[in-house]
Structure formats: structure tokens, C-alpha cells
Design a protein around this ligand. Structure first.
Ligand code: CA
Length: 226
């Protein structure tokens, strides 16, 4: 899952980004509404976490503009305690959910998982490909009965594949979906992480879940490579 966090307070932004990354979520940060507008249009996010109070264009305006441009990405607004008017304005402006500050990382992560399931397709809580399973709520991956320990990046990459079983994804698409902005133009990093992933989910089991599509990219075998 890839999230755009729009937050101008560096301390909170850093905390949330770190928390999300430990959770296997890819998190990009925009510190202003202006940055949020172009970043939301230049990469594919599963959700946008949008602070209301921003310098320059505020969160409400960012939300309205994004919806005005036809962006359907779920938006979760961060609002100050007790400002009911804020909530109403946010939801009327096209936000899908809101969270009142201060919030816990666990609560934010749970809300994001719920939003991530909602669009663009209803997704089952447990993702499966043959005997390979991934539970987004616990971030636990199994091959059959055996639990597989993945790094946050390996998990993010596998999650990306498992949400699109059978679809061929080229390196640019994988960078877009499973890496932060800073990794643009580094497609060899994708090959490296596909290798790491295969060492954990395929090689010990004699399977080929992640298949190379020559000259194009990779696809996940919906049957899990058996
Ligand atoms: Ca703020």
C-alpha cells in the first residue's frame, strides 16, 4: 500500500512516515498543499492522508481541487480536536474519512487499511495466490502453513503483486506502486527486490510465484507458482 502524507509539521510528519514504513506502507511526504496537488497527480497512491491546517492552500482546498480533477483516491483528513465544522467541510469537500488529532499510529494504520480495501476494487481481507497468503491486517505472509519473514520493502512489493494477480507489471509500474518518490529512475532496485522476494517465497518451496515476462517485467502467478 502506498500513501501520500500531507503534513507541514516536521516532527509529526516524521513520526507518521516512520510508523507507516514500519507497517510495510510506502509513505511519501508533501509538506505543502501545492506539493500535494502535483504529487497526487504524478504517482499512484492507495490513499492520501491530508492535514487540514497547511500553509498556503489548506487541506480543504487540496481535497476539493483533487476531486475537481477527478481523482478518486481515498482521502483521510487530519483535523483538530472538537472542530465539528471542519469535519463537515472536509467530508462535503470529498474526503472519505477523518481522524482527530492527536491520534495513535495504530488507529491511522487501521483506517488506512479500511480505505485501501474500499477502492478502486473491493478486496478480500486476506489475499491469496495458490497456497501463498498475505494478511494486510497483520502483515503476515504464509506459504502453506509456513510463515515467511519479509522486510518492509519485500512485503510492500509482494502486496503490490498480490493485489494484481496475473497482471504483468513493468519496472516503472512497480516503482510507482511500491517505492517512494525518491526512487524514480532506479529500476534496477526492482530487480534486486524481486530476487530477494523469490529467495523467500519461492526458492525454499520449489515454486515460481513471481514470473519474469521477458522484455516487459514481472507477474504473479495466481496459482502461487505451483
Ligand atoms: Ca498542519
Amino acid at each position: 500500500m502506498k500513501v501520500l502524507l500531507v503534513e507541514d509539521e516536521p516532527k509529526l510528519a516524521g513520526l507518521v512516515c516512520r510508523g507507516l514504513r514500519e507497517d510495510g506502507v510506502i509513505a511519501d511526504l508533501a509538506e505543502t498543499g501545492e506539493d500535494a496537488l502535483w504529487m497526487a497527480g504524478s504517482a499512484t497512491y492507495d490513499a492520501i492522508v491530508l492535514d487540514v491546517m497547511l500553509p498556503g492552500i489548506d487541506g480543504f482546498d487540496v481535497c476539493r481541487q483533487l476531486r475537481g480533477e477527478g481523482l478518486a483516491t481515498p482521502i483521510l483528513m487530519l483535523t483538530a480536536r472538537g472542530s465539528t465544522a471542519d469535519l463537515v467541510a472536509g467530508l462535503d469537500g470529498g474526503a472519505d474519512d477523518y481522524l482527530v488529532k492527536p491520534f495513535t499510529l495504530a488507529e491511522l494504520a487501521a483506517r488506512l487499511r479500511a480505505l485501501g480495501r474500499r477502492t478502486p476494487l473491493e478486496r478480500p481481507a486476506l489475499l491469496t495466490a495458490g497456497d501463498l497468503t498475505l494478511d494486510p491486517a497483520t502483515r503476515v505472509v504464509h506459504r502453506g502453513e509456513e510463515a515467511i519473514d519479509l522486510s518492509p520493502r519485500e512485503y510492500a512489493l509482494l502486496h503490490t503483486f498480490m493485489r494484481r494477480p496475473g497482471r504483468v507489471l513493468d519496472r516503472v509500474a512497480l516503482l510507482d506502486l511500491a517505492w517512494e518518490h525518491a526512487y524514480e529512475n532506479r529500476s534496477n532496485v526492482v530487480d534486486a527486490y524481486v530476487r530477494y522476494l523469490r529467495r523467500k517465497i519461492d526458492r525454499p518451496f520449489g515454486t515460481e510465484a513471481i514470473q519474469t515476462v521477458r522484455g516487459v517485467g514481472y507477474r504473479l502467478d495466481p496459482r502461487g507458482g505451483r
